[in-house]
Design a protein around this ligand. Structure first.
Ligand code: FNR
Length: 482
């Protein structure tokens, strides 16, 4: 299908836990990788995440309930990034695939991880001995998402069994199979079985992606072709060779490691990568030089500033921080808010935002502002309708104001927060101050104004009452209680 990611004749960055985060993926693309896999992400954790458009970093983040970013991606890699998940459950796999569907190019299922944390939950290499489960997961995914679906397996002890499994996988409608040419009991130092990969490649008609050649076969770009030919495969996937030096994807040959690490760190700063993750990746690149002076400074670094200092990138660190701060500031300003993206979901105006309690002064909430605004407009009091979803018990609220509906597309952990988020959407959509700290005419200043107005309303009311104008009193809404 046009526009779908093709796995034929490609070179890919393999999925690697901790290594395959955004800076490494972008770097691999810069150096010539055609496709980049993210690190394996476990379905159980991903289903709890919500999708956040991070306007400051210009990324899409999938954020866990404890606010940890589990998966960060950006427009640059949208057509190249494969989301790899660990799963043993077709329904959950599909929920996760749908959650990320808009932001990635393909979905992959890990069927090769031999680590206990994977296999004891029936995931990773445990799936290799449960072909019915493999079939159920892949069929569900292929039928349930519009993206190509792939899987990554290890070989089985018998060549015939390996081929039979690959044929069964092909029948589910997957777009490609990645084959790591080792048994699940074999360690990364053992030689890769190119003959098994070759047998699979000859037996199926979808692209086979050969994997496992980093240690002894692939040192530079030319070796990629040789490995591919040795496996009679359509494509190649590199893990360790790319982890040690991502410029292995360069046709013109690898670059000096120091330059590569510098580029890596620039991406890490630009995308606010967690310092410990960046440190881990830099240590993998340093390899035997990890005990050098530079290596020791990297190991000792506790944050991005210290990592930058180790590489003499102090200026880049300061510049990047200043740029991000400037963007944060611009996003806080009222001018930007007028440009807030409102999308219609049926008759409901939506925005993707979460309620940030700390942005508002104590005892002031967007709901109060909305109620106060409605009172002045002499429209009916806002009404909130809240729903809770089963998978993670999160809440989403829709507020009706003046017969129009508003809601946030992001789910909240409590009913209270969901209502506040919908109130923020309404206030922003209508361009009404919402009382945030730092907002022009916002926060405490607004509160004082609301109190002053209330006092003068009370004065007027008393006057009207004394004038005998009791009828108009019906229009006075109750005082703030949101
Ligand atoms: C891996 N591997 C791996 N495989 C996978 O399917 N999902 C994952 O998240 C990971 N994580 C991971 C982390 C690290 C640090 C390494 C070194 C490896 C396995 C990897 O994708 C690949 O199958 C093997 O490393 C063999 O390929 P190479 O290294 O010979 O190219």
């Amino acid at each position: 299908m046009a526009g779908r990611l093709s796995f034929a004749n490609i070179t890919a960055l393999a999925p690697m836990v901790r290594v395959g985060t955004l800076p490494m993926r972008l770097l691999a693309l810069d150096y010539g990788a055609d496709v980049v896999y993210c690190e394996e992400l476990i379905d159980m954790k991903m289903v709890q995440c919500h999708r956040v458009e991070n306007e400051v970093l210009q990324t899409v983040d999938f954020v866990a309930p404890d606010e940890r970013v589990m998966f960060r991606t950006c427009a640059r890699e949208k057509r190249k990034v494969v989301f790899q998940m660990g799963t043993a459950d077709p329904e959950r796999a599909l929920s996760v695939a749908r959650l990320v569907e808009k932001d990635v190019a393909a979905i992959d299922v890990n069927m090769g991880c031999p680590k206990e944390y994977s296999t004891k939950g029936g995931m990773g290499a445990a799936l290799l001995s449960d072909p019915d489960k493999i079939e159920a997961i892949l069929t569900k995914l292929v039928g349930g998402v519009s993206l190509p679906v792939t899987c990554k397996i290890r070989i089985l002890p018998s060549l015939d069994d390996t081929v039979t499994l690959a044929r069964r996988i092909e029948k589910t409608g997957v777009a490609a199979i990645a084959v790591h040419g080792r048994l699940k009991e074999e360690r990364p130092r053992h030689p890769v079985h190119c003959d098994y990969i070759g047998a699979v490649a000859r037996a199926v008609s979808i692209p086979v992606i050969a994997n496992g050649g980093s240690l002894d076969l692939v040192k530079c770009h030319d070796d990629i072709r040789a490995f591919k030919e040795a496996c009679a495969a359509s494509s190649v996937m590199l893990a360790r060779a790319a982890m040690w030096n991502p410029s292995v994807f360069r046709r013109a040959g690898p670059l000096p490691l120091h330059d590569v690490m510098t580029q890596y760190l620039k991406y890490a700063l630009r995308y606010d990568n967690h310092a410990f993750n960046s440190k881990y990746c830099l240590c993998q690149m340093l390899r035997d030089k990890v005990e050098s002076l530079l290596g020791k400074r990297v190991q000792a670094a506790q944050n991005n500033r210290e990592l930058s200092e180790a590489y003499g990138l102090d200026d880049v660190f300061e510049e990047t921080q200043a740029e991000l701060e400037a963007r944060r500031h611009a996003l806080r300003s009222p001018e930007w808010r007028r440009g807030d993206v409102v999308a219609m979901d049926g008759d409901v105006a939506t925005m993707a935002l979460k309620f940030q309690r700390r942005q508002y002064p104590p005892q002031l909430t967007p709901k109060m502002f909305l109620l106060e605004w409605s009172r002045r407009q002499k429209t009916a009091q806002p009404t909130y309708h809240t729903v809770q979803r089963a998978q993670d018990r999160a809440f989403q609220s829709t507020v009706t104001v003046d017969r129009k509906k508003y809601r946030s597309s992001l789910w909240e952990k409590s009913k209270k927060f969901a209502e506040q988020a919908s109130a923020v959407v309404c206030l922003r959509a209508l361009g009404i101050p919402e009382g945030r700290e730092g907002e022009e005419n916002g926060g405490r200043q607004q509160k004082r104004k609301m109190e002053d107005d209330r006092d003068s309303d009370e004065e007027k009311r008393k006057k009207r009452m004394s004038d005998g104008d009791r009828e108009s009193d019906k229009n006075v809404e109750p005082t703030l209680h949101a």
